[in-house]
Design a protein around this ligand. Structure first.
Ligand code: 13P
Length: 248
């Protein structure tokens, strides 16, 4: 069964209204014939203006996080309803930077994922091991826990996207090799098969993320289990269009 590839940018805490609009205007003609789903997940405060800038194009504007409560005393957080107000479809959940700097755990990832799904948003759930965990041979164990806890109670795994982002490859210029990424993503797919069903495993879209760029995207995308990318640094420039057009 063919899975439609999905290339998403993660702007993290970068860009302003002006620079973001300029980039989107420049990207629009370059990505218009993409054969994959294209999204840019941007800082929440930029969502309204970036949505306007991307209107009428094949670039979908997504979010970088969502809170699990419908509303309430959660200073600084953004609810699913607020994202839906602006037509957001995709939301990154559990990025390793959120886990590392903002106390995100597999439990909060789980709550946010369930809330996103209940609200019709597509979560991009991030998983991945640190360098020491890989070196200690713990990669599979770490992924097992992240997937078992993070996706607990999810009814239909095909309604979410998984991003495999080895922490040691994020922002370091040290990409996983094609083989490392393929092997680990194949493991994640197998695990989804065990946790949900074999058909779900076949259907679920799994992205690779971590120093993916215009030069290495073709090799990564040629791997049978890699269905796309979650792009940090390279999504802040026109290189993003080269990645989106990896098959041309
Ligand atoms: P880089 O592409 O900058 O390594 O970031 C990857 C990432 O964290 C995407 O979510």
């Amino acid at each position: 069964m063919a899975r439609k590839p999905f290339i998403a940018g993660n702007w993290k805490m970068n860009m302003t209204v002006e620079s973001g609009k300029k980039l989107i205007e420049e990207l629009k003609p370059l990505v218009k014939d993409a054969n994959c789903t294209v999204a840019l997940c941007v800082p929440a405060i930029l969502i309204p203006e970036m949505t306007k800038a991307a209107a009428g194009s094949n670039i979908s504007i997504g979010a970088e996080n969502v809170h699990f409560a419908a509303s309430g005393a959660y200073t600084g957080e953004i609810s699913a309803a607020m994202l839906k107000d602006y037509g957001v479809k995709f939301v990154i959940i559990g990025h390793s930077e959120r886990r590392q700097y903002f106390g995100e755990t597999d439990e909060t990832v789980n709550k946010r994922t369930l809330t996103a799904l209940e609200n019709g948003l597509t979560p991009i759930v991030c998983v991945g091991e640190t360098l020491s965990q890989r070196e200690n041979g713990e990669t599979e164990k770490v992924l097992d826990t992240q997937l078992e806890t993070g996706l607990k109670g999810v009814e239909d795994a095909t309604k979410l996207i998984i991003a495999y982002e080895p922490v040691w490859a994020i922002g370091t210029g040290k990409t996983a090799t094609d083989e490392q990424a393929q092997e680990t993503i194949a493991y994640i797919r197998k695990k989804i098969g065990q946790l949900f069903c074999p058909k779900c495993a076949e259907k679920v879209i799994i992205q690779y993320g971590g120093s993916m760029n215009a030069a290495n995207c073709k090799g990564l995308m040629a791997q049978p289990d890699i269905d796309g990318g979650l792009i940090g640094g390279a999504s802040l420039k026109l290189d993003f269009a080269t990645i989106v057009n990896y098959d041309k």
